[in-house]
Design a protein around this ligand. Structure first.
Ligand SMILES: NC(=O)c1ccc[n+]([C@@H]2O[C@H](COP(=O)([O-])OP(=O)(O)OC[C@H]3O[C@@H](n4cnc5c(N)ncnc54)[C@H](OP(=O)(O)O)[C@@H]3O)[C@@H](O)[C@H]2O)c1
Length: 257
């Protein structure tokens, strides 16, 4: 039995992964943006062990989630799943003055990784769209460029793979991997999404808990339980170091070495 935290598990793939894991007898801690969302989610999955609450678009919310997670005890695995959309029609700025897509999709998994007691396994939700991402950190929050929601999302999902591979390199005692679930009809994916919904939460749950040797690897990118080709920039150490230092500057927290 493993103890697993899943961010953004009030809906979509996070909730589905939680359901799979509790059905296999694992102890799952849910996460939602508000107490009301957490209460609804716990009612929908009463087998879950608990829930942490915090809005991952703000630095205070990220810290709140990390504090509650640590107060509940050490996790064996954390699935960084919370994410926002690839079809944002305009750039949204958070109360901290950050670009929302970058804050939720990249800075939150970075800061939670830094702050929460190091688990044995970390899984970061990326997307096939990351392969069209731009690893350039000149304007990753789209503060100066004309907004392109699909590109901003693709960039953020590339940074998730970069983050996963950086953590895999720097924390050799932790298994850290990235996953694309396929394009599926969740709230984010939209009703026309063509991929297989039943497979979409499986790989991240498997990477979090399975003792299958294929799941006990680190620094890989998976699609439907198979290694897939990540954007080549994700394996470049200077790209990884630049992302870590950019996030450290924003969050004022360095990844512990
Ligand atoms: N669906 C796809 O086709 C697809 C494809 C590739 C990758 N992905 C990735 O898979 C992950 C899950 O996506 P999904 O399709 O399950 O999306 P979803 O149905 O929209 O669910 C997203 C989850 O993240 C939570 N969340 C979003 N912003 C948050 C915030 N500021 N604070 C706290 N929680 C927040 C949502 O909470 P609320 O319910 O309160 O909004 C929800 O629980 C994402 O990282 C996404 O990029 C999805």
């Amino acid at each position: 039995m493993s103890r697993v935290l899943i961010t953004g598990s009030s809906d979509g793939l996070g909730f589905m992964a939680a359901r799979l894991l509790v059905a296999d007898g694992h102890s799952v801690t849910l996460h939602a943006r508000s107490q009301a969302r957490a209460d609804d989610t716990r009612a929908a999955l009463p087998e879950a062990d608990g829930a942490v609450v915090g809005d991952l678009s703000t630095l205070a919310g990220m810290r709140q989630v990390a504090e509650q997670a640590d107060a509940s005890g050490r996790f064996d695995a954390i699935i960084h799943n919370a994410g926002v959309g690839y079809r944002e029609v305009r750039r949204v700025e958070t109360p901290d003055g950050l670009g929302q897509v970058f804050a939720v999709n990249v800075l939150a998994p970075y800061l939670l990784t830094c702050l929460i007691d190091r688990p044995d396994r970390l899984v970061y939700l990326s997307s096939g769209m990351h392969r069209g991402g731009n690893p350039d950190l000149d304007d990753p929050q789209w503060a100066r460029r004309r907004w392109n929601g699909a590109q901003a999302y693709s960039d953020s999902k590339l940074f998730d793979v970069v983050l996963a591979f950086a953590v895999a390199r720097l924390w050799p005692d932790v298994l850290a991997n990235a996953v694309t679930p396929g394009w599926v009809p969740t709230k984010m994916g939209g009703p026309g999404a063509p991929d297989d919904m039943s497979l979409a939460p499986v790989t991240q749950a498997w990477l979090a808990v399975s003792t299958d040797p294929a799941a006990m690897v680190s620094g890989d990118y998976f699609y439907h339980q198979q290694p897939a080709d990540p954007h080549p920039a994700a394996r470049e150490i200077p790209v990884q170091d630049e992302l870590l230092s950019y996030c450290a500057g924003l969050a004022e927290v360095e990844l512990p070495r």
